[in-house]
Structure formats: structure tokens, C-alpha cells
Design a binder for this molecule. Structure first.
Ligand code: NAD
Length: 463
């Protein structure tokens, strides 16, 4: 099929490259000329393992190209994905300005030559499928070249569940494909588009091995509204699950239990499951906070106060503050102290800093008069560029971030930090204090290496 993907961020680039890899002919469109220039040169504009290889393969399979104007690609396409950003407004609701511009642009560009499906891939509030339909119609009506025949199109919701850092793997081997639409013609076309994926009828690429347990991918076909709710509910559930682990961690600390053992104990219950039960300094990233706030906003529009969702945001905010409290407990005065942060990205294997806990923690420490030194394997340049007012001293590597530091805070659980030479690390610091914001380290090993160790929810009374 001919496919256009509008927006070449994390979701759009990966979606476009995967669809081309599966044999479709894809054009990715973005209004950001610099991004398109880089992509044309074969360079991804984001750090995502395997993406460069996937784009290279995509050229040889269905074919992929990158454009700044959507008119021609839309006209030629059977399926048009909207994958633009939907960032939060101060009220918590989603900013749909980019999506609205894209939908109108699609309407302006359509002709009557074929039936097309326009797909909301972006995470959008309930009802946005209807809105997109209206905007496309308005776009068609204001189009400079009125059509003789009626222009036929359907709107689908196809929420994205990929995780940054494992986006290629998640896109090729998803747990499910969710398709929402109001008529069967639209659903049929979408099922056909995804057939190579749902039947797994493709050869696995070297850089993304198929899981041994992988079978056919379940396709959930539903209404627009339910599909939109599935995306928000999935993310809201995950934030509640992590929030639960953090809440239990805070109780564990007070009673002298170890949350890592407690979560292992409950995670073995098949009704609960072991994933997303890691206590720590909380979740971040571009999706969880924004999506929970947007769902809260939708609920309130319909006269419902979503207590559990509100609480999950409050618990998460509190976890970030705990790091500052720990440092105050250990160091007393923070003014003039040097604090080393290991990790800046909101999780490993990405350079994404959106709503990253590191930003709030660094900002707070700097405002309190501390010096902040930081190292991240990939996110330093993004931090320097996007947060020029944040006066962090960036280190060349993990060890040099520790030189003469009064405390080390582990912010992001990058695998390379787990294999740090702890004795050498302690020796470089003015005071060997380690606040482990992700419970990455074995407390006994860290203490044996000479550190004063504090994790999150890890039996402090017996430390
Ligand atoms: P992003 O900010 O990385 O990329 C969005 C891109 O859209 C930018 O390159 C921007 O220039 C482009 N854009 C904006 N308006 C445009 C227009 N009118 N025409 C063409 N291009 C335009 O965003 P992202 O992280 O890829 O997220 C996109 C959507 O997917 C969001 O709704 C997000 O909530 C959702 N989502 C994101 C993730 C994730 O992990 N990042 C996962 C699932 C769902």
C-alpha cells in the first residue's frame, strides 16, 4: 500500500520505517526542514537503537522517502497516519494544534481518486477521531481545487504502545494491534495494512530478533472511542502500578522491609505480574504524565473526579522530592556541595529528556546552592541544547562526574552504570555517599566498596 506518515518524531519515524520494512511504500512528512534533511541523509534525528539499520532496510523493501510538503504524498496514499506531537497545555488537556493543522492539511490535499483512511496514531483525547473527520471535511471544503466526485475517506484510531529505547522491537513484535473505526471498510483496510505484522509474515532483521514465544499478534477491532480509551487506560494503569510500588516502598522504609523483595514476592502472583513494580524516583517521559493529565481532564469534562489517577500523579511527584530529602539527611547543608548525577534521560536507551526526573532534581539542587555535575551516555547534548539555563557541569564520563563530589545520585539505570568499579568510584569522591534512585545496586556490594548507601524503600533501619 501507499502510506504517508505525518510527523517524524519517535513514533512517526519508527512507524514509517517499520511499515516500509514490511513492504509498504512510505513517505514521511514533517514541517521541520532540518529533521527531514537529516533523515534524507539516512540519519535518525533521535537516539533509538536499531533505527538507522531499519531505515536502511526500509529503502530496500517497500521504499521510504522524506518530504516537507504533504500534498502529493496524501494524494497518492491509501493510508495517512497522523503522528504529530500532542503535548500538554498548562490545564493538563492535550494541545491538539499540531494535529488540527495536519488534519486540515490532509483535507486540503485529498482528491476523489480513491478511498483513503486517515489514522490517528498520536495519542489523542476521546472524541478526537470525530474532530479529525470534521477538520478533514473543512479542509476539503476550503481546498483550492473543488472536486467533481465526492471525496471518500474513513478515520481510524490506531494507538501506539512502543517504548522509547526498544521502539523497533515493540513495533515489530507488539502485544496487540488496536484498531478503532466506525465502518468496516476502514477497519478492513487497516487489517490488510497490518497483515504482515499480525501474521508475523516477515523475516526478522538481525538487529531485532523475534521473541521465542512470539505467536500471531491479536488485533483488537473496536470503535473510535474505545480505541482512544484503550491507549489512555494502558498508560494510566502503568503509572498506577509504578505508583503502587513507590507507595509500598515508602511504607517498607518505615517498617524496615525491603521493597525489592516485597515486589518480587507479589510479582510472582500471576494476577499481578512482575513488570512495572520497580520502586524508585518515579516515572518520567513524554507520555505518562501528559496522558494521565489528559485523561483526568477528560474525566472532569464529563463531571467525574478520577481519584486514583490524581493520586498516581501525587505519588510520583513525591518520589522526585525524596532524593532531595535523602541528600539533606546525609549532608545537612546542600549549599556549596557538589552532587554528581549519573543519568539524565528519563530511562535508559533513549536521549529523551521530556519530563525527566533529572531536570527537576538538578534544578532544585542548583536553586538550593549546590553544584551539579552530570554524565549520561547519550542525553548530554540534548540537555545542553534544550535546557541552556540549567547550569549543570557536564562530565566526559561517569568516573569524572564523581571527582570530589559530596554525593552521587543514580538517576537513570543505564546498564553501564551497573558495572561501575565501585571502589574506584568511592575513592574519587569527597564523601562516598550513593543515593540509588533506581535500586540498581546491591546494597551489600556498594557498602563493601566503601559507600554510604541509600536506596528507595530498602530497609533503612537495618542499614
Ligand atoms: P515528537 O515530538 O517526537 O514528534 C512530533 C513531530 O511532529 C515533530 O517532528 C514535529 O516537527 C512534527 N509535526 C508537528 N506538526 C506537524 C505538522 N502539521 N505536519 C508535519 N509534522 C508536524 O512526538 P512523538 O514522541 O513521536 O509523539 C507523537 C505522538 O505519539 C504523541 O501524541 C505521543 O503522545 C504519542 N506517543 C508517543 C510515544 C513515545 O514513546 N514517544 C509512544 C506512544 C505514543
Amino acid at each position: 500500500m501507499r502510506v504517508t506518515v505525518i510527523g517524524t518524531g519517535y513514533v512517526g519515524t519508527v512507524t514509517g520505517a517499520c511499515l516500509a520494512f514490511l513492504g509498504h511504500r512510505v513517505t514521511c512528512v514533517d514541517t521541520d526542514h532540518a529533521k527531514i534533511a537529516k533523515l534524507r541523509a539516512g540519519e535518525p534525528t533521535i537516539y533509538e537503537p536499531g533505527l538507522e539499520d531499519l531505515i536502511a532496510l526500509a529503502h530496500n523493501r517497500g521504499g521510504i522517502d522524506f518530504q516537507t510538503d504533504l500534498t502529493l504524498p496524501v494524494r497518492e496514499s491509501d493510508v495517512i497516519f497522523i503522528a504529530v506531537g500532542t503535548p500538554p497545555l498548562p490545564t493538563g488537556e492535550s494541545n491538539l494544534a499540531y494535529l488540527e493543522a495536519a488534519a486540515r492539511g490532509i483535507g486540503n490535499s485529498m482528491d476523489a481518486s480513491k478511498f483513503r483512511v486517515v489514522v490517528n496514531k498520536s495519542t489523542v483525547p476521546v472524541g478526537t477521531g470525530n474532530l479529525v473527520q470534521t477538520l478533514i471535511r473543512e479542509g476539503i471544503a476550503e481546498s483550492a481545487s473543488p472536486q467533481q466526485a465526492p471525496i471518500q475517506f474513513g478515520v481510524a484510531s490506531n494507538p501506539e504502545f512502543l517504548r522509547e529505547g526498544s521502539a523497533i522491537h515493540d513495533s515489530l513484535y507488539p502485544d496487540r494491534i488496536v484498531l478503532g473505526a466506525e465502518e468496516s471498510r476502514t477497519l478492513d483496510l487497516m487489517r490488510k495494512l497490518y497483515e504482515p505484522l499480525s501474521t508475523q509474515a516477515f523475516e526478522e532483521p538481525d538487529f531485532a530478533a523475534r521473541p521465542a514465544t512470539m505467536g500471531l499478534v491479536p488485533v483488537v477491532s473496536t470503535t473510535l472511542t474505545s480505541a482512544e480509551m484503550i491507549k489512555y487506560s494502558a498508560n494510566a494503569f502503568l503509572t498506577v502500578k509504578i505508583g503502587f510500588a513507590n507507595e509500598i516502598a515508602n511504607i517498607c522504609e518505615r517498617v524496615g522491609a525491603d521493597v525489592t523483595e516485597v515486589m518480587q514476592g507479589i510479582g510472582l502472583d500471576s494476577r499481578i505480574g512482575a513488570k512495572f513494580l520497580n520502586a524508585g524516583l518515579g516515572w518520567g517521559g513524554s507520555c505518562f504524565g501528559k496522558d494521565v493529565s489528559s485523561l483526568l481532564h477528560t474525566a472532569s469534562e464529563y463531571g467525574y473526579h478520577a481519584h486514583l489517577l490524581q493520586a498516581s500523579l501525587a505519588v510520583n511527584n513525591n518520589q522526585r522530592q525524596i532524593i532531595i530529602q535523602r541528600l539533606q539527611e546525609k549532608l545537612g547543608i546542600l549549599k556549596g556541595r557538589t552532587i554528581a548525577l549519573l543519568g539524565l534521560s528519563f530511562k535508559p536507551n533513549t536521549d529523551d529528556l521530556r519530563d525527566a526526573p533529572s531536570l527537576l532534581i538538578a534544578d532544585k539542587l542548583i536553586r538550593m546552592g549546590a553544584r551539579v555535575k552530570a554524565f549520561d551516555p547519550v542525553a548530554v547534548d540534548v540537555c545542553r541544547t534544550h535546557h541552556p539555563d540549567l547550569h549543570i557541569h557536564y562530565a566526559e564520563d561517569a568516573m569524572s562526574a564523581l571527582d570530589n563530589a559530596d554525593a552521587l545520585v543514580l538517576i537513570t539505570e543505564w546498564p553501564e552504570f551497573a558495572s561501575l568499579d565501585l571502589a574506584a568510584a568511592a575513592a574519587r569522591m569527597a564523601q562516598p555517599i550513593l543515593i540509588d534512585g533506581r535500586n540498581l545496586f546491591d546494597p551489600n556490594k556498594v557498602r563493601a566498596a566503601g559507600f554510604v548507601y541509600e536506596g528507595i524503600g530498602r530497609a533503612r533501619r537495618h542499614a
